[in-house]
Design a protein around this ligand. Structure first.
Ligand SMILES: N[C@@H](CCC(=O)N[C@@H](CS)C(=O)NCC(=O)O)C(=O)O
Length: 316
């Protein structure tokens, strides 16, 4: 049974004193060399939305680690349903069918993994990492999926390249943590706020952290590591939020103290990421932009999608 709109709304968008509170991810298993979820090529499948910054992290990691031939993926329609659920629509440019389970909605995939899913009143989020062998969901938390792809690469292709080398892991985790509430989740807390106070608190913290990151990137290329730094998960986790910032968040989520293009170091960072082989191809600007303005009718009643911006590394 599908949850009612009220139940779904309560689960997917929780509020405390007008503040948006993100729910925790339900599936937290790991791919491990020796374990229930082994490191087999062709076994795992991602379900993503090209609109979603969390899902974007997993697609970027898949490309940077060269896992294209080992991990397949499907893409939901950019239109999120009013209860927050996702559908498959192969007729939409850039979206696909569910090529593994043949479901028409992502809820069907969640229900396969968790038979009382519909009754639970929860709504399934992207990304989802699916295991063909056990017919279940391994994990639906982007940060953990990104981390386990590293172990997968090491097992399948040797230890040559890692986005979370052991000697940097503490710094990487500290950087991801420092950016999570203020920036990655901060844009949502700003946009979904239901009181002026909640909005101002979120947007102030967001720009305070962007100011810090701008200063941190002076003379550096990447967020973590000695010298100019080296490309790590910390960069992968920040980039999807920055890539959507001027296109969507400035207007739709009222994150308008500044734009990324007004921060020279952050803008250069976005362009540096976009110049890496295969990364532009993971950026579907139309899905990103249309999704937010169309899907959140409570903050954009008539679903008007703005034409701009005209300038920026990534405008359409
Ligand atoms: N913690 C999750 C968050 C994923 C998430 O919230 N995804 C959004 C899309 S950007 C979603 O599917 N939302 C559907 C909903 O909340 O109803 C992660 O990082 O993987």
């Amino acid at each position: 049974m599908k949850p009612t709109d009220e139940q779904a709304g309560a689960w997917t968008k929780a509020f405390e004193s007008g503040k948006f509170v993100r729910k925790s991810s339900e599936f937290r298993d790991q791919i491990e060399i020796e374990g229930t979820f082994g490191t087999d090529s062709g076994r795992y499948h991602l379900y993503v939305s090209h609109a979603c910054p969390w899902a974007h992290r997993t697609l970027i990691t898949r490309v940077l680690l060269g896992l294209e031939e080992h991990i397949t993926y499907d893409v939901v329609d950019w239109r999120m349903n009013s209860d927050g659920s996702w559908s498959f629509n192969p007729d939409e440019e850039g979206a696909t069918a569910d090529t593994v389970n043949g479901e028409t909605s992502l809820e069907g995939v969640y229900n396969r993994a968790f038979s009382t899913w519909y009754d639970s009143g929860r709504i399934g989020t992207v990304p989802v990492l699916w295991d063909r062998q056990h017919g279940t969901i391994v994990n639906n938390e982007s940060r953990e999926i990104v981390r386990m792809f590293d172990a997968f690469r090491a097992a399948e292709m040797g230890n040559g390249f890692s986005l979370s080398p052991h000697d940097l892991r503490k710094d990487i985790d500290a950087m991801i943590d420092a950016n999570y509430e203020s920036v990655n989740n901060g844009v949502y807390k700003s946009g979904f706020a239901r009181t002026q106070e909640a909005y101002e608190e979120a947007v102030t913290a967001l720009f305070a952290r962007l100011d810090e990151l701008e200063a941190h990137l002076e003379g550096r290329e990447w967020l973590v590591g000695d010298g100019v730094g080296q490309l790590t998960e910390a960069d992968v986790c920040l980039f999807p939020t920055l890539a959507r910032f001027d296109l969507v968040y400035v207007v739709h989520f009222k994150c308008n103290l500044r734009r990324i293009i007004d921060y020279p170091n952050l803008q250069a960072f976005v362009e540096r990421m976009l110049a890496l082989p295969g990364i532009k191809e993971t950026c579907h600007w139309h899905h990103m932009k249309a999704h937010y303005f169309w899907s959140h009718q409570n903050i954009n009643t008539f679903r008007i999608i703005p034409l701009g911006p005209l300038e920026g590394a990534h405008t359409q």
